[in-house]
Design a protein around this ligand. Structure first.
Ligand code: UD1
Length: 365
């Protein structure tokens, strides 16, 4: 009998984490790998087109939970995933990834049903408990059976929280596997040219954290700064639905769309997005994953946050934390060639999925 493995995919940043693992497990003859999409992200450009880029099949189960409060998302995923496990298919092993609400929800369901659960991207800590993701990280790591980390700082965090060494395995950064899997397509995509941008002479913007985009004051201040930045270097801004809703609600959308050198586009799928990032002069973001991808590609990353759960992107990579007040001077530093070059952290090598397959086999046989 083949072993059944479930991979939980909920929101956009999860998809690039499960894809390499899905493909690696699919090639094994001892297991069947099934994707559970919780439906937290559901727009075509937040989900289907990214699945297609990553060559993922239709999810085997879709919980269809959609948008809602944290409690709604967490509770509904727990109820719906539990039904699948009890009534339709009990997996032999579950992998949850990242730090979104369903990561914490599904790990609770499975551990209580005595199914072994692994957390991929374990041990990251921002130290900022106001972020829902930090709570999800703490909850998930506290209960999972095995913790797969991307970097030594994550190992250290888990050790400090009292996890035994035997529970922690440094597997590397799975996102780099996705990039390498699709490198040829990304290089052939030529997204900058399609948007009329000159290679190496534009910036990419993404923003979606509630602390940056939900309230009028911070959003307006940020948009004013971006307009100023665009006078120095053209920007392309892939607008997350949360951000678009907020810009529209606060009456900022129309004036922003009329800024010529600040191009607003819908969320971009994985291949064209990485094509944009790869040839950019700089990135302005509050995303987690982009801090890592820019470190891998040696592109200056200006992160509009007070903290990061990915400090290795600062100590070894090309990332720096910036504020709305010093954004402009940091952009100038990049344009004047004063941004430092980074190095690729250990085990960010495109081979993480292979290491994980070996780990899963150790658990199951
Ligand atoms: C979620 C994650 C965050 C991650 C981000 C990536 C949690 C706690 N947060 O935040 O860690 O960085 O995904 O995008 O899990 N919406 C749409 N279409 C969609 C999805 C969302 O219109 O396909 C809109 C809805 O109005 C929704 C809002 O965006 O209410 C926010 O979506 P949600 O999934 O709740 O949180 P994100 O901000 O995307």
């Amino acid at each position: 009998m083949k072993k059944i493995i479930h991979l939980i995919a909920a929101a956009r940043p999860n998809f690039m984490k499960i894809a390499p693992l899905y493909h690696a497990l699919k090639a094994e003859d001892w297991c069947e790998v099934h994707i559970i999409h919780t439906g937290q992200h559901y727009d075509a450009n937040m989900s289907d087109s990214i699945f297609a880029d990553l060559m993922l099949p239709q999810p085997h189960f879709n919980l269809g939970i959609g948008s809602g409060s944290h409690a709604y998302q967490t509770g509904t995923v727990m109820l719906e995933y539990e039904k699948i496990v009890l009534e339709q298919e009990r997996p032999d092993f579950l992998v949850v990834v990242g730090d979104v609400n369903p990561t914490a929800a599904c790990s609770q369901v499975a551990t209580k049903l005595h199914i072994p659960v692994a957390h991929l991207e374990a041990g990251l800590r921002s130290g900022d408990r106001r972020m829902p993701e930090e709570i999800n990280r703490l909850v998930t790591d506290a209960i999972c059976d095995t913790l797969w980390t991307p970097s030594p700082d994550a190992d250290e965090n888990l050790k400090n929280e009292g996890h035994p060494d035997s529970r922690v395995v440094r597997v590397g950064n799975i996102m780099m596997d996705s990039f390498e899997l699709l490198r040829e397509k990304i290089e052939a995509e030529k997204a900058p040219e399609k948007h009329g941008l000159e290679i190496g002479n534009y910036g990419v913007v993404t923003l979606h954290r509630p602390s940056n985009v939900d309230e009028y004051d911070s959003l307006k201040e940020l948009m004013d700064q971006l307009i100023k930045v665009s006078e120095k270097i053209p920007l392309i801004f892939a607008v997350h639905p949360r951000t678009r809703n907020s810009l529209q609600k606060h009456g900022l959308w129309d004036s922003l769309s009329s800024v010529e050198r600040l191009k607003l586009v819908d969320p971009v799928s994985y291949v064209p997005f990485m094509s944009l990032v790869k040839s950019a002069k700089l990135i302005i973001t509050d995303s987690g994953g982009i801090q890592e991808e820019t470190t891998y590609l040696n592109i200056p990353c200006l992160t509009l946050r007070e903290n990061t759960e990915r400090p290795i992107t600062i100590t070894e990579g090309t990332n720096e934390l910036v504020t709305v007040d010093n954004l402009m001077e940091n952009v100038d530093r990049v344009l004047n060639g004063q941004w430092r070059s980074g190095t690729k952290p250990d085990l960010w090598d495109g081979k993480t999925a292979g290491r994980i397959v070996k780990e899963i086999k150790k658990w199951l046989f």
